[in-house]
Write a protein that binds this ligand. Structure first.
Ligand SMILES: [Zn+2]
Length: 85
């Protein structure tokens, strides 16, 4: 599976406009930095499939699965709200 570190999404309470595509509500969450423990076997041995995750913030729509990623809740919420206008 993914990793051995805590990477549970944490919900963030921040103002978000409705989805620009379907009009549904949206929600914001962050994923803390963590390491991935997924490896694949190659000719040179085990290679990490995914680099260490530096953490990020996300907005996703409840209705149509459209999503946005950013560096912080404020960053991603600003992107989302700008797009929704
Ligand atoms: Zn939507």
């Amino acid at each position: 599976m993914c990793d051995n570190y805590s990477s549970e999404p944490i919900n963030v309470d921040i103002f978000l406009k409705p989805c620009p595509f379907c009009g549904s509500g949206a929600y914001c969450y962050i994923i803390p930095p963590h390491k991935h423990m997924s490896y694949s076997k190659t000719g040179e041995g085990l290679q990490s499939l995914i680099p260490d995750y530096a953490g990020g913030a996300f907005v996703e729509c409840y209705g149509c699965d459209v999503g946005y990623a950013g560096e912080s809740p404020e960053d991603v919420a600003a992107k989302w709200n700008r797009r929704a206008e």
